[in-house]
Write a protein that binds this ligand. Structure first.
Ligand code: MLT
Length: 260
């Protein structure tokens, strides 16, 4: 599509639900959701460019560019409108998608994400991370990431979750990760978009998320009229991996109540 190969999963049938992964993961993070949701919905989970099996490109992966890739994929699949859900960077892209293509969004699922842009400190940290990933490979940044992505409890007691996330991160192209870091660093503040959102919106947050504070989810909940905030107690940033059953129930309840 537009010269960029985007790999994706397409499972089930019915109203389309798009699931957008976080940084620096890939579509396999949604494995635990695909089976459950595909019983009632058509679930489409792409790998963002620079991640998973999609093409790696050298330009910064801005949230707009990633949103346009998603729109191009939906065009190819002849899907005009879908539920757009994303975790963290996937949520930044979901908001950018809404800003660019509001008529293509039937509902939004914003998980472990925020509307604000990066602080200056966060931007500088991304530049350091990108440089380190390019110099040392993903092995150089994976441990620092894992310690923030998962709760201490998961890190200590659930090696299968830690290993799944580690494998996803270390399989990501350092060039792809660096392009995403540059894209996230230049992303615009989308807070002013929130009051304009007029589709059913579910916001999901982990109470122990060390990357996105609960206050950011509460801000989106206040600003998006009629939105629902579900807090998964004890879960960290990658809450669909830490609490798949609770996460799936939360999504299924929202989707069945808002099905058009
Ligand atoms: C993610 O999980 O996508 C990242 O933590 C987002 C970020 O670094 O802002």
């Amino acid at each position: 599509m537009r010269g960029v190969e985007i790999a994706y999963d397409d499972a089930g049938s019915g109203s389309p639900v798009v699931l957008l992964h976080g940084y620096p993961f890939n579509r396999s993070m949604w494995r635990g959701q695909l089976g459950a949701l595909a019983q009632d919905y058509r679930v489409i989970a792409p790998d963002f460019r620079g991640h998973g099996e999609s093409a790696v490109t050298s330009v910064p992966s801005t949230m707009e560019l990633l949103a346009e890739d998603v729109a191009g994929l939906l065009d190819n699949l002849s899907i005009s409108k879908a539920t757009i859900g994303g975790l963290s960077m996937g949520g930044y892209v979901a908001l950018a998608f809404y800003r660019l293509f509001p008529s293509r969004v039937s509902s939004l699922i914003l998980t472990a994400t925020r509307a604000q842009a990066d602080s200056e400190e966060a931007k500088q940290n991304r530049a350091v991370q990108a440089e380190k990933a390019l110099r040392e490979g993903m092995e150089g940044i994976v441990d620092g990431l894992l310690s923030k992505l998962l709760t201490a409890e998961t890190l200590a007691k659930r090696p299968e979750v830690v290993n799944q996330l580690r494998a996803m991160i270390t399989s990501t192209s350092p060039q792809g990760a660096a392009a995403a870091l540059k894209g996230m660093a230049v992303r615009v503040d989308q807070t002013s978009l929130l009051p304009q959102i007029n589709v059913p919106t579910l916001i999901v947050a982990g109470s122990e998320d060390a990357i996105i504070p609960l206050a950011d989810a509460e801000l989106m909940n206040r600003e998006i009229a009629g939105s629902r905030l579900e807090v998964i107690e004890g879960a960290g940033h990658v809450l669909n991996l830490e609490e798949p059953a609770k996460f799936n129930t939360t999504l299924m309840t929202f989707l069945s109540e808002t099905r058009s």
